[in-house]
Design a protein around this ligand. Structure first.
Ligand code: FAD
Length: 290
């Protein structure tokens, strides 16, 4: 949950090396080998993974095709090393902002590899296209694809109902992008209430649901229900993830890797309660060279 909107505005002014330093815990590294090493460790601790090739909002078609190709390499490595992992993709990385058709082509290429593919949900300008593409793929017979719903959006309960006929595979999260109050709940309590309502509606509709949250109140709500999978982000509440595994629950960790670490890092830093002050201090120190 966004803790401080002022922080969101200030973060882009933070020097990149400072961002990189503080966000390294959230990212496996810059190469596929780095991701494989992290997934191996997680698998060894009883957790599954979802590997994300970092990148978003690409501006050239060849870049988007490059990301689709990078996923082929990820699948090859998952297969070769027998990793317990699927993948997550961002549609703007596959060219959504360039053209719906280009994005669909790239998505079909990735999904056509046969392993489970989770389509991440980005900001609200992409929600309709994302749900539209998800439906198109499912109706074309691709069952190895899942989607993400964001509890902070006011529309999400309606989206749950609209997706029900597909018996969708859904990752439910709070949502991280900065959205206007007309579209999204901003009060943390309202976001939590919506999360629980969406969770119930999804379970009632027969969806396969993964609860993606580090919020203890919501983890408890999910534990009270028949939620089959918990998902967390690399570098966040790993101890809690291990406890859930020890209690017999399925846990999947989101493992991003790649050179395009900046935007993802900013989103993680804005959510880290301890980081707001630290980053501010480090930036001031750097600016004045003390
Ligand atoms: C597996 C997974 C996939 C996701 N996919 C998407 C997606 O596709 N689209 C989207 O919009 N959002 C996505 N998110 C992000 C999500 O929407 C939230 O922004 C994020 O999970 C923080 O919300 P929270 O439920 O953990 O609650 P919060 O209230 O933010 O966090 C609860 C507690 O967790 C700890 N914590 C949380 N974040 C951090 C951090 N960065 N560093 C240190 N401690 C932290 C803190 O102790 C905090 O008090 C995903 C989250 C997960 C776990």
């Amino acid at each position: 949950m966004i803790l401080d909107r002022a922080l969101v505005r200030v973060l882009p002014a933070v020097p990149r090396p400072v961002v990189q330093l503080f966000s390294s815990r959230y990212i496996a590294g810059s190469t596929l080998e780095d991701a494989v090493r992290v997934v191996r460790r997680l698998n060894g601790e009883g957790m599954a993974a979802t590997i994300d090739v970092l990148g978003e909002e690409v501006t050239r078609a060849d870049e988007a095709r490059g990301i689709a190709r990078a996923y082929r390499d990820v699948f090859d490595e998952i297969e070769r090393q027998r990793l317990d992992s699927n993948v997550s993709v961002k549609l703007t990385a596959l060219g959504l902002n360039l053209s719906y058709e280009l994005c669909k082509e790239n998505l079909v290429d990735v999904v056509g590899q046969g392993r489970f593919v989770r389509i991440d949900m980005e900001d609200s300008t992409t929600t309709d296209a994302t749900l539209g593409l998800y439906r198109e793929l499912r109706e074309a017979g691709h069952d190895n694809v899942g989607v993400v719903l964001q509890a902070y959006l006011r529309r999400t309960l309606h989206d749950v109902r609209m997706l029900a006929d597909l018996k969708p595979n859904v990752r439910l999260c709070k949502g991280i992008y900065v959205e206007p109050p007309s579209l999204a709940y901003t009060d943390p309590a309202a976001v939590r209430t919506s999360f629980v309502q969406c969770l119930d509606a999804l379970l009632e509709s027969g969806a396969h649901v993964a609860a993606a949250t580090h919020d203890e109140a919501l983890i408890q709500e999910a534990l009270r229900r028949d939620v089959r999978e918990f998902q967390m982000l690399l570098g966040v509440r790993e101890e809690r993830a291990r406890e859930l595994v020890a209690e017999g629950h399925k846990v999947r960790i989101y493992v991003p890797f790649g050179e395009q670490w900046y935007a993802y890092s900013l989103r993680r830093l804005q959510e880290n309660p301890a980081m707001a002050t630290t980053i501010a201090r480090a930036s001031i120190a750097r600016a004045f060279r003390f």
